[in-house]
Design a binder for this molecule. Structure first.
Ligand code: NAP
Length: 338
């Protein structure tokens, strides 16, 4: 085994062209870690934010330069080495993980590479019957939905609110998912449906047939109809888009209902929510091998599935980032390490 590998690295923050496929030192599994040969790695919004140096944040929150940097958190691959103090994983195991998130949010977790070291407690066996591409598409989006809707699973402080997020029962409830075609959204639709909710999906028209296939009961094309003008008596709105005017969803929610914001920055409806008896809540996703085992059973049983928007060779990560920047993503964008 040589001590180098191929990886996509950046030496400065900027646009997609700062991503370079080049030689890099091969990581070594430390105590409590395994080394994984990456077969596939998916893109998530934090990858794009970090590539740009989180330029939308106030300067004091922006990352200091730790170059060269390797982006990416979500992988599926095969264990090639096992560090000390690791039990439960062996060389040759097919595994998937969201790596060191949010611990490495400002430095990159190293997934856009041939090899990545992964804490064993963040790892799970890849669900049988799905491909590495599909498994790599799952971790961050699936853990986000799981921790918002099913089980928080940790007691780490919440970075943007003073109380811990608490999932609510979904059986028989009316749940609206905004951004339903994206990585988080298409899994929120499926998990809410699995829980027995009546699901309204809000997305652009290109996602309608897919979302109906995935179990959506009602579809709203936001380019034709404002969701808040037609939806009513909703128990829970999940906003998987963020940005401007998230307050508009308060008007469709019943008193006693909830608004879960995947990205609450800019939300200004807290007072109105209190008056309307609506709980507004956010949580930041955290790595968890245990939850990937639990949620992975749904992938294994075909109860939920990962939709792949597009794939790119690892060497073409900059093209994948250009695709992500164009938006309107359906499911996940995945890098393949041949
Ligand atoms: N809290 C957490 O820890 C956490 C974790 C992961 C992600 N997030 C956040 O969750 C959000 C979604 O992440 P993601 O990975 O799912 O992103 P994504 O894959 O890019 O999906 C975003 C989706 O939103 C849709 N969209 C764009 N504008 C819209 C609008 N005005 N109305 C309705 N839909 C619209 C897009 O497609 P169409 O426009 O074609 O419908 C796309 O499918 C991001 O803000 C991300 O930062 C938070």
């Amino acid at each position: 085994m040589t001590n180098t590998m191929k990886a996509v690295r950046l030496h400065e923050f900027g646009g997609p062209d700062v991503l370079h496929y080049e030689d890099a030192p091969r990581p070594i599994a430390e105590a409590g870690e395994v080394l994984v040969r990456v077969h596939a790695a998916s893109l998530n919004p934090p990858d794009l934010h970090l590539r740009e140096g989180y330029r939308s944040l106030p300067p004091e929150w922006q990352p200091s330069s730790v170059f060269p940097m390797i982006l990416g958190t979500d992988i599926s691959g095969v264990v090639t080495a096992v560090g000390d103090e690791v039990s439960g994983f062996s060389i040759g195991d097919e595994v998937y993980a969201m790596v060191r998130f949010p611990q490495d949010i400002m430095t990159g977790s190293g997934a856009y590479a041939e090899y990545v070291r992964v804490p064993a407690n963040e790892l799970a066996l890849k669900p049988a019957g799905i491909t590495h591409v599909e498994a790599a598409g799952a971790p961050m989006s699936l853990l986000t939905v799981w921790q918002f809707l099913i089980e928080l699973g940790h007691d780490a402080p919440n970075p943007l609110q003073s109380f811990q997020h608490v999932p609510i029962p979904l059986k028989g409830r009316k749940v609206m998912v905004n951004g339903a075609g994206g990585g988080v959204g298409h899994l929120a639709v499926q998990i809410a449906k699995w829980q027995g909710a009546h699901v309204i999906a809000v997305a652009s028209g290109k996602h309608q047939s897919l979302l109906c296939e995935l179990g959506t009961d009602e579809f709203i094309d936001y380019n034709k109809t404002a969701a808040e003008s037609v939806a009513q008596d909703v128990d829970l709105v999940i906003d998987a888009v963020g940005g401007a005017n998230m307050e508009r969803f308060l008007s469709v929610i019943k008193p006693g209902g909830a608004l879960f914001l995947m990205n609450p920055i800019g939300f200004s409806g807290y007072e109105e929510a209190v008056k309307s008896e609506i709980t507004v809540s956010f949580t930041q996703v955290r790595s968890s091998g245990r939850q990937l085992v639990e949620a992975g059973r749904l992938l294994e049983q075909g109860i939920i599935r990962i939709i792949v928007d597009s794939t790119y060779p690892l060497a073409q990560a900059s093209a994948a980032h250009k695709r992500a920047s164009r938006g309107s993503i359906q499911g996940k964008i995945v890098l393949i390490n041949a």
